[in-house]
Design a protein around this ligand. Structure first.
Ligand SMILES: Nc1nc2c(ncn2[C@@H]2O[C@H](COP(=O)(O)OP(=O)(O)OP(=O)(O)O)[C@@H](O)[C@H]2O)c(=O)[nH]1
Ligand SMILES: [Mg+2]
Length: 322
């Protein structure tokens, strides 16, 4: 255990902190804001995060290992069930859970006083409360509020539903509320030594992050539904020392033949744009130039077939086992 001052103030604390909530509430954006990097994939589309990822948040007096989880939602397909299990597993593995919930867009204070959380936000709370860990409620996207006073009835409504260890309103995009969140997180972690080297930012290697950058480019270049039918596997990742350069070969898997054409685009236009954007982002992350070669392949109905999902790297919680 870390040495403490007589007041106990300098005691180092460390632990796992899961970021949970409905899809699209801003979990990955908050993780990036806390880590001050664009590590996690965050898009305007729900169900962007597919698997748990650890982001290692090191401060002078604590280390919180942040678990970015997929959104908790009512899942139908085998793959969506996999994502929700990943989220629950994240909460179970944590010392403390953050429930993220968006503030509603409200016209006036009367509407704020009438406001109730939606069914799916309540379902996310129930799922997490059942796990039994202390829960910090983080109210996200407060920049959407026309008046800050609208927050009070919203907070009161939530507090009537569960005994949260703290409630913190934030705007991750503008960095508001993060100092308060830092204090709350420090107070909620158990005393202990750092769990990871301070220089590490993530438990996932560059192979995994490179795949995520390709997925980011898919979201940017394809129409709404198609990125959900895509998976990315990295076939090879070669690091050349002199001159420093990475060469990556990756496959974009689609579910149906017709989707292959769309991803490739007229004369290969779309896949070229995807490759160029992903390559730039990977280079920003590694601080080295990179060559990226993408192939598009049909892996028929992979989101429905647990064996194929496993082959594409989604193998953590299939079959109900954590
Ligand atoms: N206005 C506003 N938008 C935000 C804020 N934080 C996140 N967003 C936006 O909300 C959208 C979803 O953000 P993500 O961080 O991907 O959300 P998520 O909860 O990780 O989503 P899933 O991984 O799909 O479950 C993105 O378009 C973000 O830019 C905020 O503080 N204010
Ligand atoms: Mg996410």
């Amino acid at each position: 255990m870390a040495e403490t001052t007589p007041t106990g103030e300098a005691e180092f604390r460390a632990g796992f902190l899961a970021l949970c909530g409905r899809p699209n509430v801003g979990k990955s954006t908050l993780l990036n804001a806390l880590l001050r990097t664009e590590l996690a994939l965050a898009t305007r589309f729900p169900q962007t995060t597919r698997e748990r990822m650890l982001g290692i948040w090191s401060e002078s007096n604590f280390q919180a290992v942040l678990i970015d989880t997929p959104g908790i939602h009512r899942a139908r397909s085998a793959f969506n069930k996999y994502m929700v299990r990943e989220a629950e597993r994240g909460a179970r593995d944590a010392d403390v859970v953050m429930l993220l919930a968006e503030v509603p867009r409200l016209p006036d204070i009367e509407a704020a006083e009438q406001w109730e959380p939606g069914e799916s936000a309540l379902a996310a709370l129930k799922t997490l409360a059942d796990v039994g860990k202390p829960i910090i409620l983080v109210l996200t996207k407060v920049d959407r509020l026309s008046e800050r006073t609208h927050l009070l009835p919203i907070i009161a409504r939530w507090q009537g539903l569960h005994e949260f260890s703290a409630v913190v309103p934030v705007c991750a995009l503008r960095g508001q509320g993060l100092r308060k969140l830092r204090e709350v997180v420090h107070a909620s972690l158990p005393p202990g030594e750092p769990l990871f080297d301070r220089d590490n930012l993530s438990d996932r290697g560059m192979r995994w992050h490179a795949g995520e950058r390709v997925r980011a480019a898919l979201f940017r270049n394809l129409s709404q539904e198609l990125p959900y039918s895509c998976a990315v596997t990295i076939e090879s990742y070669r690091e050349q020392r002199k001159p420093p350069k990475d060469t990556i070969r990756a496959t974009v898997h689609v579910e149906r033949e017709s989707q292959k054409k769309v991803v490739i685009g007229k004369g290969g236009q779309t896949i070229r744009a995807i490759s160029m954007q992903a390559r730039q982002e990977i280079a920003e992350l590694t601080q080295r130039p990179c060559d990226l070669f993408l192939t598009v392949r049909l892996t028929r109905n992979w989101t429905k077939d647990p064996d194929l999902m496993k082959r594409l790297g989604y193998h953590q919680a299939i079959g109900g086992e954590a």
